[in-house]
Design a protein around this ligand. Structure first.
Ligand code: NDP
Ligand code: GDR
Length: 371
């Protein structure tokens, strides 16, 4: 039985990857952070009672900023595969917490690789690094592929650039099977609520049910290549099953603007939106409503406005990936389309909003968190 260690197991990708590896018969170890509130919601459905004999999923308290803790977990678990998914993963937040982001995302990766080396696991343990399309930043070539030069545009991307190269370096210097998946944006109903797609699907569902009145957005001209997290974690596993370690771009090859993502999400709720005005004055008005998913809305309601608070000091305007290498060498193709993913996310968030609306209508106080 193979053993895997996942950092970031409580996050979006970590939860899907843990499911995938358990289904493949792996013993899965995950690092979770100590927090003042429970933070295992995404993996509660696969939780296994540690009192049961031979649980296949085990959680260890730890942190990517804590070297001795990481070494102890590596020593205790002796993993065949390490998936380094843990990160301060929010680009906008990285401008506010640049030093912490570097510590976790850049030096955290080094700590794990050094741990593998220090414990003499170079020949046993394979290492996956969660690299990112944010490395391309100010894009030098469209679409972006493995050979496209990097130009990171945020403290997050710069930290991930260090992590990318230290992974390559440990592969070249010490022969560790270490590789980078350069993943373009991928989403799901488990996506963190403050990333743009989830903010939109959740916000619009809440507005449709009368829990909120308006969605405040940043740069809606931004263009992204969005895939589904389930497809992308499958590729993370495939990358560690090859004869030789290599780096791969993982993307759909299809690009859509944030504005278009909002329009299509609204359409899933039976709402036709009309965008009016320009720049910070741009807004979206309800032009028509069909069906019963948006009982709180009327034609003419303004439900999207721009708030410059969400603009970034340096923006990545456009990202479009070329996944040809992954297709040719690994036979990987994404199976879930953008519209299927969007429908799944909206349905999930509408379900939650309806539950909240029932509580509110019964007189209970319901609060909706914003960001
Ligand atoms: P999430 O933000 O959903 O999850 C991040 C995970 O890292 C969480 O489990 C979080 O724990 C954990 N974490 C944060 N800080 C630390 C720390 N100091 N020590 C240990 N663990 C920590 O990210 P995703 O699942 O979306 O992404 C997974 C990885 O892939 C990240 O590295 C991200 O940067 C990268 N990536 C993501 C892409 C995407 O579109 N999703 C695209 C390209 C790369 P907690 O739950 O306690 O907060
Ligand atoms: P990104 O994702 O920065 O690409 O990083 P995010 O969803 O945060 O932003 C995508 C684009 O949407 C624009 N935008 C907004 N973004 C947020 N979060 N909130 C808003 O209100 C808003 N309005 C417009 C952003 O400016 C941006 O252009 C994600 C993360 O998962 C990273 O960890 C990962 O490495 C990259 O994807 C690939």
């Amino acid at each position: 039985m193979k053993k895997a260690l996942i950092t970031g197991i409580t996050g979006q990708d970590g939860s899907y990857l843990a499911e995938l590896l358990l289904a493949k018969g792996y013993e899965v170890h995950g690092i979770k952070r100590r927090a003042s509130s429970l933070n295992t919601e995404r993996i509660d459905h696969i939780y296994q009672d540690p009192h049961e004999p031979n649980p296949k999923l085990r959680l260890h308290y730890g942190d990517l900023t804590d070297t001795s803790n990481l070494i102890r977990i590596l020593r205790e678990t002796q993993p065949d595969e390490v998936y380094n998914l843990g990160a301060q993963s929010h680009v906008a937040v990285s401008f506010e917490a640049p030093e912490y982001t570097a510590d976790v995302d850049a030096i955290g990766t080094l700590r794990l690789l050094e741990g593998i080396r220090f414990l003499g696991l170079e020949k046993k343990t394979r290492f996956y690094q969660a690299s990112t399309s944010e490395l391309y930043g100010l894009v030098q070539e469209i679409p972006q592929k493995e050979t496209t030069p990097f130009h990171p545009r945020s403290p997050y991307a710069v930290a991930k650039m260090y992590a990318y190269w230290i992974t390559v370096n440990y592969r070249e210097a010490y022969g560790i099977y270490a590789c980078n998946g350069i993943l373009f944006n991928h989403e799901s109903p488990r996506r963190g609520e403050t990333f743009v797609t989830r903010k939109v699907t959740r916000g619009l569902a809440n507005i449709a049910q009368g829990l909120e009145s308006c969605l405040y957005m940043g740069n809606i001209d931004s263009l992204r290549d969005w895939g589904h997290a389930k497809d992308y974690v499958r590729m993370q596993w495939m990358m560690l099953q090859q004869e030789r370690p290599e780096d791969f771009v993982i993307a759909t090859g299809i690009q859509v603007s944030v504005r278009e993502f909002i329009r299509r999400s609204a359409a899933q709720l039976g709402i036709s939106l009309e965008f009016r005005g320009e720049g910070v004055e741009e807004l979206a008005v309800v032009a028509a409503i069909e069906g019963d998913k948006a009982p709180a809305l009327k034609v003419g309601n303004v439900i999207v406005r721009i708030d410059p608070r969400y603009f970034r000091p340096a923006e990545v305007e456009t990202l479009l990936g070329d996944p040809s290498k992954a297709k040719q060498k690994l036979g990987w193709v994404p199976e879930i389309s953008l519209d299927e993913m969007l429908a799944e996310m909206v349905a999930h968030d509408l379900d939650k909003a309806r539950q909240h609306a029932v509580l509110r209508n019964a007189g209970f106080k319901v609060s909706v968190s914003h960001e």
